[in-house]
Design a protein around this ligand. Structure first.
Ligand SMILES: [Zn+2]
Length: 371
């Protein structure tokens, strides 16, 4: 099934790097979640993702599939023309940008509007970190935090939490006295610069505050789940840890989006989406960074159990525009193949499969983010 003509919504990605910042990262760094130089400088060039992507980018840029040739072509085009080439080939309608990743090094979300529709995702841990040096008391901190999210700025269509990276997804209710004492302890050691927030009671408190607001306005909240860079303890990013939040009826109106197909906890994510009405799943990062067989397997595993109405395309593209194109290319191709299999198996009719492709590539995101 060919899905190129469906203009997709990429419901989770990140801003591109400023041209000055790009030179600080080797090309292969965009194809790896690792930090260690031995991986970035050597092993990252030995993944199936990198090898396949060189040929994809060479085809797009009309050059030889060698890193040096591709880099020369990219340099020649310049960032704006390269971005235009990648976005046009990706056939994207709208992208949802989490601008909390490398905030000092990225281009603002507005810059991306010259190529594609853009909405913002507000990363709550960054908001809290930035507020801490600006306030004098917990009461002021709490009030300012609530004011920023209730309601959020007009361009914001969802919240994002990286609790998985910092203190894990086993988020529990926290009483206000404990949150206050933790805030005071952090405040004591914070100078002018925002601290790195990694205090479990305070993060749990802020996530629950955000969920209340999300439920009130029916705004989705995205959670990082599954794989990421080594800052993450993968054991704590299993979405099954979210049980307390999922069981709590106060948050039933807040759509909860599990990012990265929760890989390798993909079947766990599919199960959660099948039993909790407000759980949704995004594909990004595993698409396009696994082998083709791996991507096919993830989409298959999600569709084994999860309702189709719960699945959404995303790329988790970051740093360079190439990843937007590679995500869109492989997201469509793999989804088309898995839908073809479902037709062959008798799970779906051709007409149903065609409808589902539109649902996953754009309609479900339009509905839950009110685009
Ligand atoms: Zn992301």
């Amino acid at each position: 099934m060919e899905l190129w003509n469906i203009s997709a919504i990429d419901q989770h990605a990140h801003n591109l790097l400023q041209p000055e910042a790009i030179t600080r990262y080797p090309y292969a760094a965009a194809f790896s979640e690792a930090h260690h130089t031995d991986i970035i400088n050597y092993h990252a060039r030995h993944t199936l993702f990198y090898r396949r992507s060189l040929r994809d980018m060479a085809d797009l840029l009309k050059c030889e599939p060698q890193e040096s040739e591709i880099l020369a072509k990219r340099d020649n085009l310049g960032l704006e023309n390269l971005t235009k080439t990648c976005f046009n080939a990706a056939n994207l309608d709208t992208i949802l940008l989490d601008d909390g990743f490398l905030p000092e090094e990225i281009l603002p979300w507005q810059w991306h509007q010259q190529f594609v529709g853009v909405k913002r995702l507000l990363r709550i841990e960054n908001l809290a970190q930035n507020l801490i040096p600006q306030v004098n008391s917990f009461a002021e901190f709490w009030e300012r935090f609530r004011a920023e999210i209730d309601p959020p700025p007009p361009e914001v269509v969802g919240f994002k939490s990286i609790a998985a990276y910092r203190t894990g997804l086993e988020i529990q209710p926290v009483n206000i006295e404990l949150a206050k004492s933790q805030f005071n302890a952090i405040k004591k050691i914070t100078g002018e610069k925002p601290p790195r927030l990694n205090n479990k009671p305070l993060i749990d408190f802020l996530v629950i505050q955000t969920l209340e607001v999300a439920a009130k306005h029916k705004i989705p909240i995205q959670f990082h789940t599954g794989i990421g860079d080594p800052d993450l303890d993968l054991r704590l990013s299993n979405p099954l840890h979210l049980r307390f939040l999922l069981e709590d009826n106060r948050f039933r109106n807040a759509p909860i989006v599990l990012l990265h197909a929760s890989y390798p906890y993909t079947r766990e994510a599919g199960y959660l989406a099948s039993v909790y009405p407000n759980v949704y799943i995004g594909f990004g990062l595993v698409i396009p960074s696994l082998s083709v067989a791996g991507m096919r397997c993830v989409v298959r595993e999600l569709m084994e159990l999860a309702p189709i109405s719960k699945l959404m395309y995303s790329s988790d593209a970051h740093l360079i525009p190439d990843l937007y194109y590679l995500g869109a290319k492989w997201g469509r191709k793999v989804l088309g193949e898995v839908l073809d299999e479902s037709v062959k198996d008798g799970d779906l009719t051709v007409k149903e499969a065609e409808e589902i492709a539109v649902d996953i590539l754009r309609r479900n995101a339009c509905n839950i983010y009110h685009l």
